[in-house]
Design a protein around this ligand. Structure first.
Ligand SMILES: C[S@@+](CC[C@H](N)C(=O)[O-])C[C@H]1O[C@@H](n2cnc3c(N)ncnc32)[C@H](O)[C@@H]1O
Length: 266
């Protein structure tokens, strides 16, 4: 079980390591098992690909997946793709001088997003807590494109909010149990999404990219700003869509009451 959060401080200007860690703490408030999800993703990559994968970190944010890939598999190379100027500023600052890593700015709903990638094909495409931002049809298209980015035998792993809607009372109980934990941690000083962006926009080196981010995605400090109406919610949708997109195999490799990791083999 995650420890109760201590009151969080705004990182000092230019302390990219501290920004990276503050992003991780904020995400862990939503997903106390986030690190476990990453471990399962990396176990699956190592099992299927080996110790030196060429990895695409899709919707990379600050590069949390890339960080864990390099820590565990030092022979790996990673490309991070995202659209958010503020998160990419943190990522580029944090990985400055790291020759195994490149970052690309692209919108995954743009048909040309693959054109800027530095590698023709990848051994593994990994993504976490991101594709629920896409509506059903753009995500279906993206799954087809991911199949084209992977080499034969390559693996796709998506860790995200996905449920089993056949058990509504279990889901409701788990949801209210999780909300009580979040409330306790918030009272103890945890930083949520809106408060974290409040810190970002107050930071001299991040204020300008944050404002550009607000123009692209909306202002996260405004309640209800970040909502999507038509998005897939079940593990089954992801498995069915991956198989229909041409993946040879697709299965769930981890789950909690609210989240799952699905793996698909090209
Ligand atoms: C909650 S963050 C997760 C980031 C990272 N994967 C992690 O686990 O820390 C979701 C990410 O998806 C990115 N994203 C959402 N829609 C996108 C799009 N259409 N194109 C590129 N990135 C997108 C956001 O910018 C954000 O960085």
């Amino acid at each position: 079980m995650a420890e109760v959060a201590k009151p969080a401080q705004t990182p000092a200007p230019g302390d990219w390591q501290a920004w990276q860690e503050s992003w991780d703490r904020q995400q862990e408030w939503y997903m106390p098992d986030r690190e476990e999800r990453f471990r399962v993703m990396l176990d699956t990559v190592e099992a299927l690909i080996g110790p030196e994968p060429v990895v695409l970190d899709l919707a990379c944010g600050t590069g949390s997946i890339t960080e864990r890939v390099l820590r565990r598999l030092p022979g790996a190379r990673c490309t991070g793709v995202d659209l958010d100027p503020a998160l990419l500023t943190i990522a580029r600052g944090h990985f400055a001088g790291e020759k195994r890593v490149e970052f690309v700015t692209a919108d995954l709903t743009d048909p040309g997003w693959r054109e800027a990638l530095p590698h023709r094909s990848y051994d593994a495409v990994l993504t976490a807590t991101a594709l629920h931002w896409l509506d059903t049809e753009p995500l279906r298209v993206l799954y087809g494109q991911i199949g084209q980015v992977l080499r034969d035998g390559g693996v796709f792993l998506n860790a995200d909010h996905m449920t089993d809607e056949s058990a509504p009372r279990i889901n409701a109980a788990a949801q209210s149990f999780g909300q009580a934990r979040k409330d306790r941690e918030l009272a103890a000083g945890a930083v949520d999404w809106a408060a974290w962006w409040g810190q970002v926009v107050e930071s001299p080196e991040l204020a300008e990219p944050a404002r550009r981010r607000f123009e692209l995605f909306g202002d996260p400090r405004v309640p209800g700003d970040h909502t999507r109406r038509d998005r897939p919610t079940t593990v089954q949708w992801h498995l069915d869509t991956l198989r229909a997109s041409g993946f040879a195999e697709a299965r769930q490799v981890w789950c909690s009451p609210s989240d799952a990791v699905v793996a698909a083999l090209r």
